[in-house]
Design a protein around this ligand. Sequence first.
Ligand code: FKS
Ligand code: ZN
Length: 342
Amino acid sequence: MKVVFSEDHRKHFPQGELSGGELVTPFERPSRMEYILRELKARKLDDIMPPAKVAMKPIERVHDKGYIRFLKTAWSEWTAAGFRGEIIPTGFPMRRMQLRVPRNIDGKAGYYALATETAITAGTWEAACASAAAAQTAQRLVANGAPSAFALCRPPGHHAASDMYGGYCFFNNAAMAAQMFIDQGASRVAILDVDFHHGNGIQDIFYDREDVLYVSLHGRPEDAYPYFLGYADETGKGKGKGFNINYPMPPGSPYDVWGKALESACRKIKRYGPDALVVSLGVDTFKEDPISFFKLESEDFRTYGARIARLKLPTLIVMEGGYAVEAIGVNTVNMLEGFLGG
Ligand code: FKS
Ligand code: ZN
């Protein structure tokens, strides 16, 4: 299996993540990639290639033009305004307020942000483009006949909606890749999101569509980020009714519980009969993850990788979250090995 990875991810490294009222070193940091790369190489999953130059068209298929422009120019507008820190907005268009884009960059950032933990820095645009490029190149490998490919994306993508960034995400790599399969002629694509967090961005982008099935296993929104989406009764709307499936689970859920949800998810995907599968792979379901509350063991990642492989679908695996640093390499590669061996 080819692994597509860009070193340009390093260009995005905010100094601060707003967490518990403090600015801490972001959990989503460049060293995550080193742990994964080290383990890939140690286990000879080392067919690693850089992506081709990013194409803007596929990004524009799932993101708003104004939003893309904002990400591109935010840093220069911010510094031109005389601000000296990283971009963290202060005000948001909340209940009963106007959804109009302000001219002021602080206001604009608030308009396009869905949360405040994710700072934008000088290199964020380039890194987000490199991450999208990795997903694009890996998608093309699968579209051209590879049974599977792994897009080792950073920054991640599943929280990014058509016009919102946050949850460490800027471009929705998995949604973009799914749309690419559709634009290349696929009738149906399924996205299976096994990251601990609900992929609100993917759900939002495809909510009224029947040609992309979104299935997510995640910490229930009452207790877990992103808090405001991911309930079981969110099943899609219009033509998309029935094509959004959420499996919210409570704190402490072990593989006994999680694996049953995955089994149900896989059966639904099988019944849907997609032409391709995109897996949003977050390994923050691990028992030692610092910001999550499921209790998966390292061996469980191998077990579920094998289960996903039994779907026997052309599969693009896209990296999302996972923060227990050392262990994320082991858990990611366990999933890939399970997938390849199953
Ligand atoms: C820590 C609270 C953290 C933000 C969580 C973001 C999770 C991101 C992710 C992704 F895959 F996108 F990376 N709140 N004090 O793991 O879902
Ligand atoms: Zn996550």
